[in-house]
Design a protein around this ligand. Structure first.
Ligand SMILES: Nc1ncnc2c1ncn2[C@@H]1O[C@H](COP(=O)(O)OP(=O)(O)OP(=O)(O)O)[C@@H](O)[C@H]1O
Ligand SMILES: O=C(O)[C@@H]1CCC(=O)N(CCc2ccc(Cl)cc2)[C@H]1c1ccccc1Cl
Length: 328
């Protein structure tokens, strides 16, 4: 009863402990536990507000989703995907962390890390282009985060500078997991035909890793050719998008951009893109090995980390301790 009168709602806090078990704590966080501040931004089905926990004074970003609008737009699935993906990803410095979820009659609430710096795209637009040092720093943190996501069986599927947020120390915080794909390799090697609704899993479980036919298509400029040709997104699709982002940070524009989506798709499947004059040769080599039509021939994460472009980068924890280079 107390919860009802406080207008609070049951919030669920999930932690992943040392041996990877999910501990679910029921906490009584609700709207009343926060004081809401400025609007950080608006999505198609959501408003994101800055908020402070009245007890701990910790600042958060709270994403508020209107239930009626979600139901009307048939987006309930995406809400669950975002919640499940964020819970699965738990804690990594490059992922916007989900602390609590709660609801009231009208809305759903996601209490998230506050990425006070806003979108990487905003900085890129103001700078026009990043120099190599800044590109190296931001793309290294993005790559480290992609590696973490993939290790947790998560494909982002819509990586782009708008979805790379920055915290108050200009460190990367990747967001927008509503369109991610959780790759659940089969638990036990099932016999053919005893998958859900009689589906049969691929023989080689490793193959089970890459989801087949998908309805979701990301943002035109960053969509991978395999998604366009045989509707199969795979982990390497995130690395295609990564290649597009590296190109865009250094040149100020995405490699594949045309007057409309259809023409953009044509350029992608035809690998029609050009480097601007003065594009740094080492970075060019990296991009050329990522923007490869055959996903199997694209550089994998280990090879990217060892590429000359990232000479000097110390991967792992240290990457998140270094000071962000001044944007120039
Ligand atoms: N954790 C956060 N910290 C700071 N700002 C955020 C955070 N999450 C989102 N924002 C900002 O709020 C805006 C809305 O984000 P939201 O994820 O709700 O919608 P969106 O994904 O941008 O839009 P759409 O739902 O149409 O894809 C974004 O422009 C983003 O810059
Ligand atoms: O999965 C959960 O954590 C709970 C389970 C109980 C519950 O009722 N919800 C809300 C389900 C829901 C999803 C979409 C709409 Cl439009 C309305 C209700 C879920 C929920 C609560 C708060 C925020 C998000 C979600 Cl999915």
């Amino acid at each position: 009863e107390e919860w009802k009168e406080r207008g609070a709602a049951v919030g669920v806090q999930r932690e992943i402990d040392a041996n990877g078990n999910t501990i679910t704590r029921v906490v009584k966080k609700g709207v009343k536990d926060f004081s809401f501040g400025r609007t950080l931004g608006e999505g198609s089905y959501s408003t994101v507000l800055a908020a402070t926990d009245r007890t701990t004074l910790k600042e958060y970003a709270i994403k508020v989703l209107d239930k009626r609008h979600i139901i009307k737009e048939k987006k309930v699935k995406y809400v669950n995907i975002e919640k499940n993906t964020l819970n699965r990803l738990g804690e990594h410095p490059g992922v916007v962390r989900l602390y609590y979820t709660f609801q009231d009659e009208r809305s759903l609430y996601f209490v998230l890390d506050l990425a006070a710096g806003g979108e990487l795209l905003g900085f890129l637009k103001r700078m026009t282009t990043f120099d190599e040092e800044c590109t190296r720093y931001y793309s290294a943190q993005i790559l480290d985060t992609i590696e973490y996501m993939h290790s947790k069986g998560v494909m982002h599927r819509d990586l782009k500078p708008e979805n790379v947020l920055l915290d108050d120390q200009m460190r990367v915080k990747i967001t927008d997991f509503g369109t991610a794909k959780i790759l659940d390799p089969p638990k036990k090697p099932p016999q053919n035909g005893d998958g859900p609704n009689g589906m049969s899993y691929p023989e080689d479980p490793a193959k089970g890793d890459d989801s087949k036919a998908n309805s979701f298509v990301g943002t035109a400029e960053y969509v991978s050719p395999e998604l366009l040709t045989d509707k199969a997104a795979c982990k390497a699709s995130d690395l295609w998008a990564f290649g597009c982002i590296v190109f865009q940070l250094l040149s100020g524009r995405p490699p594949f951009k045309a007057a409309n989506e259809y023409q953009t798709f044509q350029k992608i499947v035809g690998l029609e893109y050009e480097f601007p004059k003065g594009f740094p040769p080492v970075a060019r080599d990296l991009v050329e090995r990522l923007l490869v039509l055959d996903p199997a021939k694209r550089l994998n994460i280990e090879h990217i980390k060892n590429h000359e472009f990232f000479d000097g980068i110390e991967w792992g924890r240290k990457l998140w301790k270094i000071k962000a280079p001044r944007l120039k």
